[in-house]
Design a protein around this ligand. Structure first.
Ligand code: SF4
Length: 218
């Protein structure tokens, strides 16, 4: 579930950061949509999916919180969701490959800087691969708590906030799952093998960033 920020002072703080990040992202070539709630974000994503278009979802708690998958399937869209229960290893691989050529690929970020840099860290790499090139459109959905001041803050957030929480969520035997801190591990379950920084929007693919005035994902 999305979580709003409660007090009006907190909301004002996040609103001003969203405005600054939005301006930076627009200057870097992204289409930017700002909304107040996760429900509004979900509707904006649906509006971006063409009639009959396929939709891929990166490994992202944010996008699952929007409850889009069931809605899209009911509308007859082909959905590439590698978190779907009951998939075999081979099927997961096939779904990940399908994401690479989907009509719309939806994911979140580990962090977004006020200067409009997007940072994502992946274990397998399918999420970051599809976010760069392949799908006809890429849509990032970003809860306001993921906006950080700069790239140092982004890397810190990815390794010391998002990765430990995700490691715990996935029951991985990584050090951060137990300690909440990154020690640059050699664990077989390590989820931080590929780091991608979008300095600007890559050429060729339309990309939309939906900034949400609520806490979404990790
Ligand atoms: S490198 Fe290892 S310890 Fe550090 S955040 Fe990634 S999985 Fe956790």
């Amino acid at each position: 579930m999305a979580r709003d920020f409660g007090s009006s002072a907190t909301k004002q703080y996040f609103t001003s950061r969203i405005k600054k990040a939005a301006k930076s992202l627009e200057a870097k070539g992204y289409e930017v949509i700002t909304v107040d709630t996760g429900d509004e974000a979900a509707q904006k994503v649906l509006d971006l999916v063409p009639e009959g278009g396929s939709v891929g979802f990166g490994g992202s708690v944010t996008t699952r919180q929007l409850d889009l998958i069931e809605t899209l399937e009911k509308k007859g869209h082909r959905v590439f969701d590698h978190w779907k229960a009951g998939l075999s290893k081979e099927e997961v691989t096939a779904v990940r490959r399908g994401q690479l050529t989907s009509d719309v690929f939806v994911l979140s970020v580990n962090a977004l800087t006020l200067d409009g840099e997007i940072v994502n860290i992946d274990g397998t790499g399918n999420r970051v691969a599809a976010s760069i090139y392949g799908p006809k459109r890429v849509v990032f959905v970003v809860g306001a708590q993921k906006i950080v001041d700069d790239l140092d803050g982004a890397f810190y957030r990815a390794k010391f906030v998002a990765a430990p929480i995700n490691s715990t969520r996935l029951n991985l035997k990584t050090p951060c799952a137990y300690t909440g801190e990154c020690n640059d591990c050699d664990s077989p379950g390590r989820i931080c093998n590929v780091t991608v920084v979008f300095d600007r929007k890559p050429t060729g693919t339309p990309m939309t960033v939906i900034l949400v005035g609520e806490e979404l994902g990790y």
